[in-house]
Write a protein that binds this ligand. Structure first.
Ligand code: HEC
Length: 133
């Protein structure tokens, strides 16, 4: 991890401020925060939050109890932008292509991934590497 140190001159004295986050980490943190806000606005009503639900629920929870982590990023982005075919008796997964950009969906995914177990995150990252361009 890179460690950034900012030196400020305050009133003639020297104040050294340690900044604990490197710039890439800060950018990732900002992306997750954007994703959290978008998730709360567009997704939480159907998919629920960080905990609860089970793998057989429709709509599925996006947290560690669900199966979202079984899919690589490119599929999750496509499902979100294009929606899924309706299934009788269940709510429909709408397409968000007219409301969200792929970059915004990536931010939502970055937020959702904080809910997964480390092994789930690792398995999903490998699937993304192997199956997405
Ligand atoms: C009106 C309810 C509703 C809203 C709002 C909604 N979804 Fe869904 N979503 C569903 C349903 C129902 C399914 C399951 C469809 C199926 O299995 O055929 C689903 C499935 C999915 C899937 C595929 C299953 C999985 O877990 O991988 C993804 C990804 C997904 N939704 C992402 C999102 C995201 C991201 C948002 C917010 C931008 C969102 N959905 C908003 C109802 C909704």
């Amino acid at each position: 991890m890179r460690h950034w140190r900012r030196v400020l001159l305050v009133g003639g004295g020297l104040l050294v401020v340690d900044v604990s986050c490197s710039e890439p980490e800060q950018a990732a943190e900002e992306q997750r925060a954007r994703g959290a806000a978008l998730y709360d606005m567009h997704c939480v009503a159907c998919h629920g939050g960080a905990t609860g639900g089970s793998i057989s629920d429709i709509p599925p929870p996006h947290n560690a109890e669900g199966h979202t982590w079984h899919h690589p990023d490119c599929d999750l982005i496509d499902f979100t932008l294009d929606g899924l075919p309706p299934r009788e008796g269940y709510p429909v997964m709408p397409g968000f292509g007219n409301q969200l950009t792929a970059e915004e969906v990536e931010a939502i995914l970055a937020h959702i991934k904080t809910w997964w177990e480390p092994e789930q995150r690792a398995a999903q990252a490998t699937a993304t590497e192997q199956l997405c361009d």
